[in-house]
Design a protein around this ligand. Structure first.
Ligand code: NAD
Length: 485
């Protein structure tokens, strides 16, 4: 068992004086991965104070010096990639190839922002006066609070922390309680790469205490949160009640749809939907959870979907060739079982799966069957609410307009996909769906770190995008300077 540590003021502490909680392997809950402290408000206050103190030094480092730390961190991660991937899978449950994908993305993010920061300072704007030189300066916000979920426990925090640090901010980061170990490793790597003390603080514990202190502490200058809509709404209210205006980025849930048209390749659609719906056990904000198919070919499509789903290899993500690991926690399992029952009650037809796996191989973990509901109508709760588990609803349509209406007829707006070879359908879809990301003949999961990302409607507050060049807009403020010659 790993003895978990937090980091406050650049020091790693086991915090023996605090209550600890256990982190279990979701593929085998008898295996304890780590124990971590539940910090108290006063600990978080100290972490915020230390980030505030470290800001003077870090923000005045030259971009190239900050870039060197990021590059060094990328090299360290590369040198331990396999070890980190195994840890990530043990803690979160996803197949090892998906963990490796998170590691590669983190390396790419470090190198991308490490380079970008040496290029981005502001811009020169021509003045109306001959004797005035006008330019803008990008300046860091100060102390940034970062609160993250468990489903991408490495690359998702990385896409917040890296642009924050690159632009000269200091950070207080709270990971999700069920996946703190891989986060601790990332913090260790940053310090090994030469990050000065106090620049990245790592605080574990409950959302209600540790998270709440970050949200309400007036010394935090900006906050980036990814998680559920419910918690996001609560945070939005609390931030609104602070004494001063505070920059807030919210990335929340999704209920992503893929539309297949009669001009699309059915086999391609099946491959991509199966991968995006079940690949990371449905626990991706970009997962496909609604499959919208033309009424007159629906039966053929459904049969192919079932046949392909039957072939998925379910098991411990550390084993070779596994397509789908366990759910990440008891809470996730309960949610899955709740929505399966709800779907049946609502009158949808359960055509595949719907059960927890309880035989010898699976009974110690949170393993479930990939699940398909047919005859789902757009007004059913299983077609509207985020389940965040391997459950897909099949819905039928007659015209593309109707399909787009179904895509848009929910409160979320994260990703939407279309499978078609008709450029007119691609254009109509891309222009009319209300989402932050459109995928054409591509799976809804899978994002590139140099591309802006974020949801609209209830999938995020959409003031700033994450990743890409755009991410640095959130972590910097722009000051205009008028200089007379
Ligand atoms: P969650 O909202 O329960 O928790 C997210 C984080 O917030 C955790 O660290 C948690 O401890 C903390 N938290 C909980 N209550 C808090 C409070 N009152 N104040 C401050 N912090 C608090 O979400 P989760 O179950 O960890 O993650 C799953 C959710 O995340 C899903 O809804 C999923 O769609 C969403 N998600 C969104 C994206 C995206 O980019 N849009 C990406 C990944 C996950």
């Amino acid at each position: 068992m790993i003895k978990g540590q937090v980091n406050i003021s650049g020091q790693f502490h086991g915090m023996e004086e605090r209550e600890h909680y256990l982190v279990r392997n979701p593929a085998n809950t008898e295996e304890i991965v780590a124990s971590f402290p539940k910090l108290k408000r006063e600990d978080v206050k100290t972490a915020i104070e230390s980030a505030k103190n470290a800001f003077k030094l870090w923000s005045t480092k030259k971009p190239v010096e900050r870039s060197q730390v990021l590059y060094k961190a990328s090299q360290i991660i590369e040198s331990k990639a396999e070890e980190l991937a195994i840890l990530l899978t043990k803690e979160e449950g996803k197949p090892i190839a998906d963990s490796m994908f998170e590691i590669i993305r983190t390396i790419n993010l470090l190198r991308f922002y490490g380079t970008l920061i040496t290029q981005e300072a502001g811009r020169v704007i021509p003045s109306q006066d001959n004797d005035t030189f006008i330019f803008t300066r990008r300046e860091p916000l100060g102390v940034v609070g970062i609160i993250t979920p468990w489903n991408f426990p490495l690359s998702l925090p990385a896409w917040k922390i890296i642009p924050a640090l690159a632009t000269g901010n200091t950070v207080v980061w709270k990971p999700a309680s069920i996946t703190p170990t891989i986060g601790m490793e990332l913090v260790k790597i940053f310090y090994e790469a030469g990050l000065p003390s106090g620049v990245l603080n790592y605080v574990t514990g409950s959302g209600n205490e540790v998270g709440d202190e970050i949200i309400t502490n007036e010394d935090v200058d900006g906050m980036s949160f990814t998680g559920s809509l419910e918690v996001g709404k609560d945070i939005n209210k609390k931030v609104g009640n602070r004494k001063r205006f505070t920059r807030l980025q919210l990335e929340l849930g999704g209920k992503n749809a893929v539309v297949l048209t009669k001009n699309g390749n059915i086999n391609l659609a099946i491959e991509q939907v199966v991968r995006s719906a079940f690949g990371v056990t449905g626990q991706a904000c970009t997962a496909t959870s609604r499959f919208i198919v033309p009424e007159d070919i629906a039966e053929t499509v459904l049969n192919k979907l079932i046949e392909r789903t039957k072939k998925l290899a379910i098991g411990n993500g550390l084993d070779k060739g596994i397509d789908m690991g366990p759910l990440a926690s008891q809470e996730q399992l309960d949610k899955y079982l709740y929505y399966v029952e709800l779907g049946k009650k609502e009158g949808a037809k359960l055509v595949y799966g719907g059960n927890r796996l309880v035989n010898e191989e699976f009974k110690r973990g949170y393993f479930v069957e990939p699940t398909i509901f047919d005859r789902v109508s757009p007004d059913m709760r299983i077609a509207k609410e985020e389940i965040f588990a391997p459950v897909i609803s099949v819905l039928k349509y007659k015209t593309l307009d109707e399909a787009i209406e179904i895509v848009n007829g929910i409160e979320y707006g994260l990703v939407a996909g279309i499978i078609t070879n008709d450029p007119k359908e691609m254009k109509a879809f891309m222009e009319n769906v209300k989402v932050g990301v459109v995928k054409i003949n591509k799976p809804t999961i899978g994002l590139e770190p140099w591309v802006p990302y974020g949801g609209v409607k209830s999938s995020g507050n959409d003031v700033y995008k994450e990743m890409g060049v755009e991410a640095i807009n959130f972590y910097t403020t722009i000051k205009a300077v008028y200089q007379g010659y």
